[in-house]
Design a protein around this ligand. Structure first.
Ligand SMILES: [Fe+2]
Length: 374
């Protein structure tokens, strides 16, 4: 049954009519920004989506896959509350006019294929110069809560929805990428959640804390660590200890163009991308990747980097930071069901070779969190 709702968005100072429960062939009028609902309503079951990395290989945006991802999300669950997009929406450019046009086009595609808010996370592809960072702030950052650290306003922020706290961190700040730059701000936002009645905490960034393939290219910055410059590694360890200490449910990220989930010391890292970017491969320490000899040789050559981050690399190991690892080199998105019995994650994916049909199917499902602590 079709329903019509009105949501007032104070940041935009406008009201937008949107349709929920529509058949998929309808065009939707979605919105940028965040769901500006009351902070602490009763905890009712709801679903949100996460997708990332829709940049094209030779174009700014892989439109074909992006719009199918957005269509499929609401085809699976027409009441999806919002979608978090974990960065690298466009290929990007050092020319701020080119970057601006690409970001505007991305917004047009997504808001015309999805009915609910889009919660944006900044990626490295959007931020190629200081100017394009400002373009991002203008086009995306102005639609989100302005409650982040002073120099990351519009890039890092948080909001509460249905007794869950959603925290977005910027890991691609121009000139200081691959780092959680404001750990004290993050700690304050996390530690005030439970006393405020929050049941679940979800953190989102673009760059993985625990890379599944590109060992040198992530928050711990193994390339620097191996040379004795361990500030990023130390910051990442502090970041992850914080998530563990306050029982954060999961860290969602993008960047590596695969689906991968693993539990690292009690906290899940969910790498959910790509929504169009050329697919990556998981390191061949994980069995069944079908890795080429070249990839296997690269894994062997990079073992010192894996070892410095504490990854198991011996026989019978999974070559990853955590346990319960499942990964796949597929276009994908995830639906997260926040239920009274806990949190469930569903991953829908499609192989690149099936891209003409793009028939997404359920490829992974697991219980992400137990019953919330009261
Ligand atoms: Fe990236």
């Amino acid at each position: 049954m079709k329903t019509i709702k009105t949501i007032s968005i104070s940041v935009l100072s406008i009201s937008i009519l949107f349709l929920a429960g529509c058949p998929r062939q309808l065009q939707y009028q979605g919105m940028l920004g965040f769901p500006n609902y009351p902070k602490h309503t009763e905890a009712e079951p709801f679903t949100f989506a996460v997708a990332g990395d829709s940049q094209g290989t030779f174009t700014q945006i892989n439109k074909e896959v992006l719009w199918r991802v957005m269509d499929d999300i609401q085809f699976r669950d027409s009441n999806t509350a919002f979608t978090v997009v974990t960065g690298d929406m466009i290929h990007g450019s050092s020319d701020s006019q080119v970057a601006m046009r690409a970001m505007q086009e991305w917004q047009e595609i997504v808001t015309s294929h999805f009915h609910a808010p889009i919660v944006p996370v900044c990626g490295n592809h959007e931020i190629q110069t200081e100017k394009t960072q400002e373009v991002y702030r203008q086009l995306f950052g102005s639609h989100v809560p302005q409650n982040g650290p002073e120099d990351e306003r519009g890039l890092s922020y948080y909001f509460d929805y249905n007794r869950c706290r959603f925290i977005v961190i910027d890991t691609a700040f121009y000139g200081d990428m691959y780092r959680v730059r404001h750990i004290d701000w993050l700690e304050n936002v996390i530690k005030t959640a439970r006393p405020a009645g929050v049941n679940h905490i979800f953190v989102f960034g673009h760059i993985p804390a625990w890379p599944v393939a590109h060992i040198k290219n992530s928050l711990p910055n193994a390339a620097n660590a191996i040379n004795g410059e361990t500030s990023s590694l130390d910051a990442t360890r502090r970041f992850w200890n914080l998530l563990k200490e306050y029982r954060v449910d999961a860290y969602f990220c993008g960047h590596e163009h695969v689906y991968a989930r693993q539990n690292v010391g009690g906290v899940w890292q969910i790498n959910t991308c790509s929504a169009g970017a050329g697919l990556g491969t998981i390191n061949p320490g994980y069995p069944g990747t079908g890795a080429s000899q070249k990839a296997k040789d690269a894994f062997e050559a990079n073992k010192p980097y894996y070892e410095i981050l504490g990854y198991p690399t011996g026989a019978g190991s999974n070559g990853q930071a955590g346990t319960q690892f499942v990964g796949a080199s597929v276009f994908n998105y995830v639906l997260v069901d926040v239920l009274s019995s806990g949190v469930r994650l569903r991953m829908y994916g499609v192989k690149e070779t099936d891209s003409l049909g793009l028939n997404f199917e359920l490829m992974d499902q697991f219980e992400l969190s137990p019953v919330p602590v009261k």
